[in-house]
Design a protein around this ligand. Structure first.
Ligand code: URP
Ligand code: ZN
Ligand code: ZN
Length: 468
């Protein structure tokens, strides 16, 4: 089966230009000048032609940080299954996700990996990979990193937050970083000073300050910045590259920029919520509205936004992922009398490309950087390039036909994520996915979902390509 995506403007890390894309089976076979004889001949022979006139043609989005059907506590599981979450991702122009195998304290890595594969197998509408979230750094889990890399799990998330469940002390973190440096794996860090935060949380609760806004007030940006600085120092000592996940504040970004200016391989991602939402506007709302906005690190004040956009422009922020981890209202309401009891996380898997494209329209980001931060760089950093993240002969035919002029309003009434509320309710964005191919198969066809659970394959990933 050959497909020709014709008449669009292909966007890559080097800019945008008119091009026709030829797909043979699951892969891209040619990218052609639309006025060439080859393009005319492809139009004669293609089995299927997709009209991209007036649209961008993008490499499918790569969302490198999502949590589908994550059992956070016995009472709270993130709302999207592998089936619903990957379908929603496709609706929003994302064709690859990387989720996590979780190894909380006291559990074994091997069993956790097998269990996560069973949960995802046959369910996904788009391709998927896994990181390992290691809550228990010990001889056994450090040893397992080698076989995990052989199985394509080449990145490892560690936590300076969440004492008692995911937290590891600096000595353990250093050992893990040394091991990653030896093996070529990538260290991902949840950088917040969890021990200090827990003191502030408990003090606030004892004073009766239990509303959702206290979730933010007890996780100050200074304690994110301190953790980023400490993680960078440990990574330097270990000789390990470092990737800071879900960076939320100017203070933390300053530490990333400083480490990079010293020549360290420190990379960072931010998420749409830290570019658009605020502590005052969302977290400091009464009842369920505030609880829906509880995530860690927390939403910050508006002052941080400009620095984060600038970080994206200047590459101190290399990636935009979602940290998609929404919970339905009945689970969020577990924290209605005490913010410490609400499950942390919110959902954007469907909206990331549109929210960042709106940043392009607002002049915050160039088109090329949009594609680079949402597709190409995550593919490179997480060992998926050039299979993913680029429109080039030989790459997977993960293509998004994107209409940059459609204006639409985000709402729980119309989104495809399996969650009843939305922190994005009422926000107008510019740009919308029209058609999506995953490895040459239609998943979204002119805004109809035609994909299926099980089309998506597990992606064993290679060693990261760090020098992007
Ligand atoms: O609040 C968040 N970020 N929930 C997901 C878990 C994590 O730390 O990434
Ligand atoms: Zn985290
Ligand atoms: Zn996360």
């Amino acid at each position: 089966m050959t497909t020709l995506v014709r008449g669009g403007t292909v966007v890559s890390t080097s800019g945008a230009s008119p091009a026709d894309v030829v797909v043979d089976g699951e892969t891209i076979s040619a990218v052609l000048d639309p006025s060439s004889a080859l393009a005319a001949s492809a139009a004669q022979t293609a089995d299927r032609i997709i009209d991209a006139t007036g649209c961008y043609v993008l490499p499918g989005g790569v969302d490198a940080h999502v949590h589908l059907q994550l059992e956070m506590t016995p009472e709270a599981t993130s709302a999207d299954s592998f089936a619903s979450g990957t379908a929603a991702a496709a609706w929003g122009g994302t064709t690859t996700i990387i989720d996590f195998v979780g190894q909380p304290a006291g559990t074994r890595v091997g069993e956790a990996v097998e269990q996560r594969h069973r949960e995802a197998d046959g369910q996904c509408a788009i391709d998927y990979g896994f990181h390992l979230a290691m809550g228990d750094i010990n001889d056994q889990s450090l040893k397992a990193m080698e076989s995990l890399i052989a199985d394509g799990i080449t990145s490892f998330k560690y936590f300076m937050a969440y004492p008692g469940v995911w937290y590891n002390d600096d000595g353990k973190l250093l050992r893990a970083m040394q091991r990653a440096a030896d093996l070529g794996g990538l260290v991902m860090m949840h950088a917040e000073n969890g021990l200090a935060i827990d003191v502030l949380r408990d003090q606030a609760a004892h004073r009766g300050q239990t509303d959702s806004v206290w979730h933010g007030r007890t996780r100050p940006a200074r304690l994110e910045a301190e953790a980023v600085h400490r993680a960078s120092a440990l990574a330097e000592i270990a000789g390990a590259p470092l990737y800071i996940v879900h960076l939320s504040s100017s203070d933390a970004l300053e530490q990333v920029a400083w480490a990079r200016s010293r020549g360290q391989n420190v990379f960072a991602e931010t998420c749409p919520q830290y570019l658009y939402l605020t502590l005052e506007g969302q977290l400091d709302q009464p009842g369920i509205d505030g609880l829906r906005a509880v995530c860690s690190p927390p939403l910050r004040s508006h002052d941080h936004h400009a620095d984060l956009w600038q970080g994206l422009r200047h590459d101190d922020l290399a990636v935009v992922s979602t940290d998609h981890c929404p919970f339905c209202d009945n689970e969020k309401l577990l924290g209605q009398d005490d913010f410490r009891q609400t499950p942390n996380g919110l959902g954007s898997i469907e909206h990331r490309m549109d929210l960042l494209h709106s940043g392009v329209v607002q002049g915050e980001l160039g088109l090329a950087r949009w594609v680079e931060t949402c597709s190409t760089t995550p593919a490179r950093l997480f060992g998926l390039y050039p299979q993913k993240g680029v429109i080039a002969p030989g790459s997977d035919a993960d293509l998004v036909v994107y209409n940059p002029t459609v204006r639409h309003t985000l709402s729980a009434a119309t989104h495809h994520m399996n969650v009843d509320g939305s922190v994005w309710e009422g926000l107008e964005v510019t740009g919308q996915v029209q058609t999506v191919l995953s490895r040459g198969s239609l998943v979204i066809d002119n805004r109809s979902f035609v994909g299926r659970p099980g089309h998506g394959r597990y992606l064993p990933r290679g060693i990261p390509d760090l020098f992007v």
